[in-house]
Design a protein around this ligand. Structure first.
Ligand code: FAD
Length: 419
């Protein structure tokens, strides 16, 4: 017998994908989605991009995950602006901030993650983190009057916010403890290119550095850096990563990964240590996976797979993880996980067909592990196909510019699928 009452906590990319997949797969029972944020659920990627660049314009609104009428049409009870305070595992109920309770047969936790804050930047009206549309609106509004920003952290959020604020005419400085951007997740060729495009627009980087003290002057901050010297900025944005939002799991004693920021432990079917409760998206770490991935694709795939499990369907093989980032008018696309720490890695640079586009193909023991493409969508598409089909060209083939990537792929594909 299929579950009767499914409740999903969190209307983000994972929660909504799960709700959609459940209905598509024929789930007929009660389906409730609860989210602490008010309004119809929105996409996250535009928050560091369009929502900062255009956030103060009357005509701009953050794109919705689903059209407003979709929830009614799919018989999904969407409750927003209501936070789940606790889970009563014994009676299988959740307790809400409006004092109501909802019973569940199966509960799906899709609560995402929370930005990590530094004690020294917390709680100041000109100091921000970025996770939801309210945060993006505040940053966008601040950029209307404040003319300089210090960004702490040079990951994707830091870089995208740097680009968006620069487009708004704000003077940006980025401080990063590592010696380059995206040090743990991208190749150095990609990092160098990103630094180049930002510096050309006037962004200043302070690598191998960290913030040790922040003094509040009248309308600005004086930020002391570890290597000496200081920066003056009117606003601060902290983008140093996120922690899985596993507070509900802690309160209800579900098993967590202490060595991975207390993410919720789930088995290969996303089931937690309580078999009536699943966890998906940024908040969950699946047993046997190399690392927890924080991306739209991962959240959506988790949602679909969890729905298949609930509906007792055979699991479909999962594609290769992929990610993208937009900065100025450039797009970076990555398929697979870049092998940063592997001893036997080899990274091959391949120029793209147009402009300054290129791709970086990473191999470990001559097996393709990832493809990063800067302004080079066709190389990304072929690289992603190679990885999804578990086919690996050799590094020499990728280095040989006389052969088109499509031709190399076709050759492999025909060899793997002879007629
Ligand atoms: C600014 C920004 C830009 C990004 N850009 C990209 C990009 O370009 N490409 C990409 O692949 N990924 C990007 N990401 C990452 C991607 O958005 C996340 O990995 C993805 O949103 C994770 O989905 P999720 O459903 O697990 O969590 P979320 O989308 O964060 O959803 C979690 C939801 O749970 C709700 N919630 C939490 N606790 C409770 C509670 N107790 N009660 C009720 N509701 C609760 C929250 O309000 C939230 O709406 C970006 C993220 C951010 C923040």
């Amino acid at each position: 017998m299929l579950e009767k009452d499914i409740v999903i906590i969190g209307a983000g990319h994972a929660g909504i994908s799960c709700a959609e997949a459940l209905r598509t797969k024929g789930f007929k029972g009660t389906l409730t989605v609860v989210d602490g944020q008010k309004g119809f659920p929105t996409e996250k990627p535009p928050l560091s991009k369009g929502a900062i660049v255009n956030g103060t314009s009357e005509d701009y609104s953050v794109p919705l995950l689903k059209p407003e009428n979709w929830y009614v049409e799919n018989n999904i009870d969407l409750k927003t602006g209501i936070t789940v305070m606790s889970i009563d595992r014994i009676n299988r109920k959740i307790n809400l901030s409006n004092k109501n309770t909802i019973s569940y047969t199966t509960l799906v936790i899709a609560t995402g993650a929370i930005p990590i804050e530094l004690g020294i930047t917390r709680k100041h009206p000109q100091s921000f983190t970025l996770r939801n549309s309210k945060d993006a609106k505040e940053i966008s509004r601040a950029a209307s009057t404040l003319k300089s920003a210090l960004i702490i952290g040079c990951g994707y959020i830091g870089l995208e916010v740097a680009a968006s604020l620069t487009e708004r005419g704000v003077k940006v400085t980025v401080v990063e403890t590592e010696d380059r951007p995206l040090a743990k997740i991208s190749s150095s060729a990609i990092a160098e290119k990103l630094v180049e495009i930002h510096e050309r627009k006037g962004v200043k980087f302070r690598f191998s550095n960290s913030v040790v003290r922040i003094d509040n002057l009248k309308n600005e901050f004086r930020v002391l850096l570890q290597t000496g010297g200081h920066e003056i900025a009117e606003m601060i944005i902290t983008g140093i990563g996120v922690s899985p939002d596993s507070i509900l799991a802690s309160k209800s004693s579900l098993a967590k990964n202490e060595n991975d920021k207390n993410s919720i432990c789930v088995n290969e079917n996303f089931v937690t240590s309580d078999h009536h409760i699943l966890a998906i998206g940024d908040v969950a770490k699946r047993v046997g996976t190399e690392k927890r991935i924080e991306s739209v694709d991962n959240a959506q795939e988790d949602g679909k797979e969890a729905a298949s499990y609930i509906m007792k369907e055979v699991k479909q093989p999962r594609g290769v993880p992929w990610f993208w980032s937009d900065q100025y008018d450039k797009t970076l696309q990555i398929a697979g996980l870049v092998p940063i720490t592997d001893a036997n890695k080899k990274m091959v640079f391949r120029p793209g067909k147009r402009g300054d586009g290129f791709s970086v193909w990473s191999f470990v023991d001559e097996k393709l592990r990832s493809v990063e493409a800067f302004s080079d969508p066709s190389s990304f598409a072929i690289g992603k196909r190679f990885l999804s089909d578990e086919l690996s060209p050799t590094s020499c083939e990728i280095m040989d510019l006389s052969t088109d990537l499509k031709t190399i792929y076709k050759r492999f594909h025909t060899k793997a699928n002879p007629t």
